[in-house]
Design a binder for this molecule. Structure first.
Ligand code: UFG
Length: 327
């Protein structure tokens, strides 16, 4: 089976490419390397191309003839999306429609989409079930919510079969330390904490201590990136076996506050780094925790790394390995 993976040189994409390769799938990564790293592609071939360029995409599809497409390529920074919404609607929404158009033109109708918990905005119910209303509070979440709507319509009219995976907070790294999280600029909590522990940053800032949570800081459902990768493999097998279109939340079903993540990182690293309490970051919901019972039941997903200490340890191994120049 041949799988075309956009954004396969990025953080989550590269872990899914690793999982696909280990399972014997033939992989073609399409990535413009605007954010990704070519050395993160452990299996298959990498073609450097942009999803804006439909003609090149068409040639790639005609040559590779994929059985299914997994689509990771996207911008992911909530704060940036509030400053530059056009970037998000172009790259995340318009370019996804380009990709779908080329897929359908080439007779490919199986699609795994990287969606996000950000489509829920400030949910009324926590843990969040998939049937919770779609009410994003930032352009990033809206750019993904639009695609989910397009997917529904393309299923009805063109017979597209898709699985939309709504990620909560992907974290951690390959347990063997070959690949990990490496964004530029880095905005995510765990890598920023670890950079602070390494002395690359003077302090870690807590964005808001007045949220309606037990310790006043935001709560997130941190899911190990390899457990998330496994959800993609199961979703792919489901579609290849003729499954109908579905949406699944991807998280463990319980969360940790920013303070709890910091305390766990102190324990894992053994380093007492500096913490500063600051203002809220715009666009951050107080609590995002997945109800992932549907993923467990329908796809028989059995996570292996539901342990914050372990997640942070794999991320710490990766950070230290990069420090030693073994990236
Ligand atoms: N945080 C801090 N200090 C920092 C960085 C983050 O306190 O220096 C806090 C944030 O305010 C938030 C939590 O740590 O409460 C997690 O923040 P991240 O930036 O690591 O992750 P987000 O929850 O903002 O974002 C993630 C994905 C997004 C996705 C979102 C869903 O990275 O792509 O989940 O809401 F949109």
């Amino acid at each position: 089976m041949k799988i075309l993976v956009t954004g396969g040189a990025g953080y989550i994409g590269s872990h899914v490419v690793k999982a696909l390769g280990e399972k014997g799938y033939k992989v073609l990564v399409v990535d413009n390397l605007s954010k990704g790293h070519k050395e993160a592609v452990l299996y298959g071939k990498l073609v450097v191309a942009d999803l804006e360029d439909k003609n090149t995409l068409d040639v790639i599809f005609k040559e590779f003839r994929p059985d299914a497409v997994m689509h990771f390529a996207a911008f992911i920074e909530v704060a940036q999306s509030l400053r530059e919404p056009l970037k998000y609607y172009k790259n995340n929404t318009v370019n996804t429609i380009n990709l779908l158009e080329v897929m359908l033109k080439n007779g490919v109708n199986k699609f795994i989409f990287s969606s996000t918990a950000a489509v829920y905005g400030n949910p009324e119910k926590v843990p969040i079930p998939e049937i919770e209303p779609i009410k994003p509070i930032n352009p990033y979440g809206q750019s993904k919510a639009f695609v989910e709507k397009v997917l529904q319509d393309f299923d009805k009219s063109y017979g597209l079969k898709y699985v939309s995976l709504r990620y909560f907070n992907a974290a951690g790294a390959d347990p063997e330390g070959r690949i990990g999280e490496s964004h530029d600029p880095e905005t995510h909590l765990i890598p920023l904490i670890l950079k602070t522990a390494k002395g690359e940053k003077e302090s870690i800032k807590i964005f808001g201590t007045d949220y309606p949570t037990p310790d006043g800081t935001c709560i997130r459902d941190y899911i190990h990136v390899d457990d998330l990768a496994e959800a993609h493999i199961l979703a792919l097998e489901y579609l290849l076996n003729g499954g109908s279109s579905e949406v699944f939340n991807c998280g463990y079903g319980h969360g940790f506050s920013v303070r709890e993540v910091i305390d766990t990182a102190r324990k894992v690293t053994g380093i007492d780094f500096k913490v500063e309490e600051t203002e809220r970051r715009p666009g951050d919901p107080a609590i995002l925790v997945a109800d992932s019972s549907k993923l467990r039941k329908v796809l028989d997903w059995k996570p292996k790394f539901d342990d914050l200490e372990y997640i942070i340890r794999t991320a710490w191994n990766w950070e230290r390995r990069r420090e030693r120049g073994q990236e």
